[in-house]
Design a protein around this ligand. Structure first.
Ligand code: KIV
Length: 283
């Protein structure tokens, strides 16, 4: 199959593959093909995930935690995310690269949202932006989309408002929670988003949102009914140390691998095993 016919699940790297576009997201939903996404914050991880055929790379504001070491995503800035996003764009030949708009870069209204989205598009080469919020962010989404910039929505648990939400709490529970989630989902779709992330919501309500929306839903802890799955790469690869959310399946244990490698290096240097003759330059 050519990439045009089947842009998803492409497997190994193929330089002939075309770029995944937002229209491929729509087609994937219509054809029942699951969409895959990982976060990425640098060139090397982006090129590896791209070679694996991951459909989109999100340069998440989770970089605030994973790259910059903040306790929450709230402090991370546009200026901090721009160089990371540019690096991911340079590493991704096929995947759609989505720039995450951080807290404080769009809440003031549609003008601010558009200015931030334009900065990401011009300064990084990203292909789309993401911003958090349903009904409350609909005006911002509409303005950015009207300017020709694809927007991914993000509803359910929205980490930038964790203090307003009262902590890391599952969203969409109960009749009221379900109604609010559906209203947010429809607001984001009506505003023109090409896809919407559902974070930490029960699978049943995520399934209902997925059925009701024409655009794809992307799950981050929202169960199997969604049209795609997205994970923070450092959680997924076991690079994160400490508590991992219940919805994450770990596919590697990078933290232990690196810890073991660093300890071996230290031992080798201290005992004189490294560098060996094969690591030396002659005259
Ligand atoms: O910043 C991020 O990584 C995200 C995803 C978890 C959706 O927003």
């Amino acid at each position: 199959m050519t990439d045009e016919q089947r842009p998803y699940g492409a497997g190994q790297a193929d330089p002939a593959l075309k770029r995944v576009r937002t229209r491929h997201f729509q087609r994937a939903k219509e054809q029942g093909i699951k969409i895959t996404g990982l976060t990425s914050y640098d060139y090397l991880s982006a090129s590896i995930f791209d070679d694996a055929g991951i459909d989109f790379l999100l340069v998440g504001d989770s970089a605030g935690n994973t790259v910059f070491g903040y306790d929450t995503t709230i402090p991370v800035t546009v200026d901090e995310l721009i160089p990371l996003t540019g690096a991911v764009v340079r590493g991704a030949k096929r995947a759609l690269v989505i720039a995450d708009m951080p807290f404080g870069s769009y809440e003031n209204g549609p003008d601010e949202a558009l200015a931030t989205a334009i900065r990401f598009m011009k300064e990084t080469g990203s292909h789309a932006v993401k911003l958090e919020g349903g009904v409350r962010s609909a005006k911002q989404i509409k303005r950015v989309v009207r300017a020709g910039i694809p927007v991914m929505g993000h509803i359910g648990f929205t980490p930038q408002s964790e203090h307003g939400l009262g902590g890391h709490i599952i969203q969409g529970r109960g009749d009221d929670g379900g109604d609010r989630l559906l209203a947010d989902a429809h607001a984001v779709e009506d505003a023109g988003a090409f896809a919407v992330v559902l974070e930490m919501v029960p699978s049943a309500i995520a399934g209902r949102v997925t059925d009701e929306l024409t655009v794809p839903t992307i799950s981050v802890g929202a169960g199997p009914e969604c049209d795609g799955q997205l994970l923070v790469w450092s959680d997924w690869a076991g690079f994160t140390r400490g508590r991992i959310p219940r919805f994450v399946k770990q596919y590697a244990n990078l933290a232990d691998t690196l810890l073991g490698a660093a300890r071996s290096f230290k031992d080798d240097v201290e005992s004189g095993v490294y560098p060996a003759p094969e690591h030396e330059y002659g005259e």
